[in-house]
Ligand binder design. Sequence first.
Ligand code: PLP
Length: 383
Amino acid sequence: MARFPISEFKELSTPFYFYDLSLLDRTLAEIQRTARDPRFKVHYAVKANANPVILRRIQAAGLGVDAVSGGEISAAIEAGFESDRIVYAGVGKSDREIALALETGIECFNVESFPELEIIDEIAGQMGKTASVAFRVNPDIDAHTHAYITTGLAENKFGINLKQLPDILDKAASLDNIRVKGLHFHIGSQITDNEPFVLLCETINNLVEEMEALCHTFSTINVGGGLGIDYADPDRHPIPDFETYFNTFRNHLKLREGQELHFELGRSVVAQCGSLITRVLYVKEGITKRFAIVDAGMTELIRPALYSAHHKIENLSSPNGERHHYDVVGPICESSDCFGKEELLPAIRRGDFIALRSAGAYGEIMASQYNCRPLPPSYFSEK
Ligand SMILES: *Cc1c(COP(=O)(O)O)cnc(C)c1O
């Protein structure tokens, strides 16, 4: 069970993020245990959470970095990551970001289009550098039928269409300042069943064979991230099933001699170690509804408003009271600023502490100052 030091919370102003670093460490240890394979390289997708304390823990555990902006590359370097363990994806890399990445000496660009490839070649040439690249391919795996957050479909701003891959590989071979390392895939996020990953392995196996027939070989295969977590019951599954996840790739993906397999996990590394802690401001009795108005909103946790996501809501102050239904809402002037409708919760009073669980990923990093709200602080527990 997650434990929250409520007596210490009483001294603090709300809202704030609360991170259980011991859970983060256990999660990282489980990744190290289950990914143990000299061919496997696990990168952390910084976009999930770039809090410097969190980044340093992840760096200390030996993970590399998946960055999607120049800012993330800088944050990773500041947290102590080696530059040659940073891969850089994104459909809209600016010239300045490309130059920063080349200057930093990153491991690999994950290239998403023809014009991007040409600009990287041009800037690398001007700087007297060679850029290592992998091509992000859309494997056209419809994760949508399972209602995942899908990015792997053919018509999509991300990546390169399968049909265009041979052409871009030929193009890359003709460019002086480009070295092709591999292929990159990322089929979506919050994927909680194994089948799409099996499908991905089979697609990659076929694709690599086809490309080899055209004399294109790869030293790395990057399968992206996307492993989901248990939002409904974070205490039942505080650590995702990394064993099954890594074994899926171990068992289904045919790696060539000397080939490395890269992973880019974000959510599954950090989501469960973080909570957003908020105080109840008012309990408002409507005609047919009862509202718990809390002092955190979509500015501190936007996933419910943005993706209709649901985070488990807990009344930390009185966990055993009689249960009632509440709409738990924030103070922001938007109807979508709602954390839960008809939530069955132990009786809520003004001043109670409420935890929004599983907020370690895509929580703090997506916070905004909408309504001129200050960005909240974060606190850490080692226990
Ligand atoms: C977002 C993203 C990830 C991480 O996804 P998670 O679902 O958080 O694991 C990995 N790779 C790329 C390219 C991404 O855009």
